[in-house]
Design a binder for this molecule. Sequence first.
Ligand SMILES: Nc1ncnc2c1ncn2[C@@H]1O[C@H](COP(=O)(O)OP(=O)(O)OP(=O)(O)O)[C@@H](O)[C@H]1O
Ligand SMILES: [Mg+2]
Length: 295
Amino acid sequence: MENANILTPSPNVQVGPATQHVGIEHTATVDRDSRETIGSIRVHDPRIRCTDVHVYYSGDCAINNVSLDIGKNEVIALIGPSGCGKSTFLRCLNRMNDTIVNCRVTGEILMDGNDINGKNIDVVPLRAQVGMVFQKPNPFPKSIWENIAFGPRIHGLAQDKSELDDIVESSLRKAGLWNEVKDRLDQPGTSLSGGQQQRLCIARTIAVGPEVILMDEPCSALDPIATARIEDLIDELREQYAICIVTHSMQQAGRVSQRMAYFHLGDLIEVGDTEEVFTRPKHQLTEDYITGRFG
Ligand SMILES: Nc1ncnc2c1ncn2[C@@H]1O[C@H](COP(=O)(O)OP(=O)(O)OP(=O)(O)O)[C@@H](O)[C@H]1O
Ligand SMILES: [Mg+2]
């Protein structure tokens, strides 16, 4: 992975938010009070383009005027302190906020030139196109095979059982799970380990042919070995999909992402290449967060 060495801690340094960037130079030039987004919010080849997005919960603003592109074949990490709006913003990208009473989204979110919040947009195919993997693995209470086949069947992606079998196999292969489950496809998805269940959920997302995969802290319930497998997988999936991942782990953001977006109290503070943001943050709030002084 290209960024794997950015966050390698020195020997004997306890890795944690407060210590992992002890070597960072003081580079911030933008004052703490500024709320203009710093850095490149746009990319050459966006898969999703957000402009002036606001999200309100019963009138309280949780996302304030955020503009950001999600590029093709990139992993972009959303970081920031708890409650800053990372999950809220992520849910804008496949209209999952529609499911929350009193949640209102304004602004423009374009995919293929269409605003996904437009009245003519059907959220069922949208959520296949922009799939989501959650913090806690949530397999259906069905067999491993059914977990994968369910989506393609309801989306009419297969003519018969043998086509479904093919989708099940290829999705499990892409999620790096096939060899571990190929002899037990009829067993419940919930019989797998936590890390396997999360890969099953990723396979389920892949099975309906997404273009973008949203991940909200996908490794926070996993041990380091299962986490490493998911991170390797994210790196492979980038070849085919745009991936937007929320993480609280600076090390994970450094390992898996090429771009990073730092949120603070609903504002998008800074966006840039991951290595650049880690080593030369421009905004004082970003520097405070990645050096562990805040959050
Ligand atoms: N369903 C909801 N109803 C009302 N307010 C909400 C709801 N979900 C989130 N909020 C509020 O919106 C703000 C942003 O929350 P959000 O969950 O997006 O933050 P986050 O950055 O994902 O936090 P964390 O890192 O803890 O997951 C918070 O003030 C939160 O209290
Ligand atoms: Mg969250």
